[in-house]
Write a protein that binds this ligand. Structure first.
Ligand code: NAD
Length: 261
């Protein structure tokens, strides 16, 4: 299998796009450490299914991506229990939708910590392992919002634009080490993160649920279809191939044409 003998960490992988990454990597034979929040029984069932799919070990870390020490400890535990990380995907993310004058300061701080700083802390911890082995794949789930903005998402847009710059910088720092660093920038993907922002957008803009889906979310997406988590995961899997070794520092859009406009 493509990733037999490789070890991967995927943050925010108890749900949505992260879980799709974990399934794709395990399906290709990688030993995977998943991370995120959720119900313990459901998470353990996912972990067991990943081990079954890969024929390798799978582990779960409850590290809070808002806590730098917990991120470093997660990487150290991965190296001890599964092996040094060859693949690291910074994916955990949260959203809050509000006008700037109503935006809670603690939401700004949490979004910057989880959506941006956590990726930096993850890279800081995994790069030495990858350099030592002369091979690595770092992927960040950015967003169309790393390239364009939408109103009422100041923290999210700032964090995702930050990810685009972080990816370029670490790609340059690791370019001679067999490591690639790329961002994947999806448009709207149907996951709990999107579903959960519908009520706030309904309240902020005074719209019905159907209007939010069709006139706000899919308004930006020329295909008029949500991206699927599996489509995003298939691109990440391709980035892990040796043939992708010259692709680094890229911000790859998968947004149904949104940012082509
Ligand atoms: P989701 O809500 O389904 O999953 C988010 C994951 O992050 C969950 O596993 C959750 O437990 C975890 N998480 C949240 N806070 C955490 C924390 N403090 N520490 C550790 N884990 C934490 O969301 P999703 O839509 O799959 O989003 C995944 C990524 O994709 C995010 O970075 C998001 O910004 C990005 N993204 C999503 C879309 C979309 O339309 N869904 C579009 C573009 C980018």
């Amino acid at each position: 299998m493509l990733l037999h003998g490789k070890t991967a960490i995927v943050t925010g992988s108890t749900s949505g796009i992260g879980l799709a990454y974990a399934k794709a990597l395990a399906g290709a034979g990688a030993s995977v450490m998943i991370n995120g929040f959720g119900e313990a029984g459901a998470i353990d069932a996912e972990r067991a299914a990943l081990a079954e799919a890969s024929g390798a070990k799978a582990a779960y870390s409850d590290a809070d991506m808002a806590d730098p020490a917990a991120i470093a400890a997660m990487v150290a535990r991965c190296a001890d229990e599964l092996g040094p990380p060859d693949i690291a995907i910074a994916n955990a993310g949260i959203q809050h939708v509000a006008r700037i004058e109503d935006f809670p300061i603690e939401k700004w701080d949490a979004i910057i910590a989880i959506n941006l700083s956590a990726a930096w802390h993850l890279m800081r911890a995994v790069v030495p392992h990858m350099k030592a082995r002369g091979w690595g794949r770092i992927i960040c789930t950015a967003s169309a919002h790393s390239l364009v903005a939408s109103p009422n998402k100041s923290a999210y847009v700032a964090a995702k634009h930050g990810i685009a710059g972080l990816v370029k910088t670490i790609a340059l720092e690791t370019a001679r080490d067999g490591i690639t660093v790329n961002a994947i920038s999806p448009g709207y993907v149907w996951t709990p993160l999107v579903e959960n922002q519908i009520p706030d957008t309904m309240a902020t803009r005074g719209l019905t649920r159907e209007q939010v889906i069709n006139d706000v979310l899919l308004a930006a997406q020329p295909t008029k279809a949500f991206v699927t988590p599996e489509q995003v995961a298939a691109l990440a899997l391709w980035l892990c191939r040796d043939e992708a070794g010259s692709m680094t520092g890229a911000n790859l859009s998968m947004d149904g044409g949104w940012t082509a406009q």
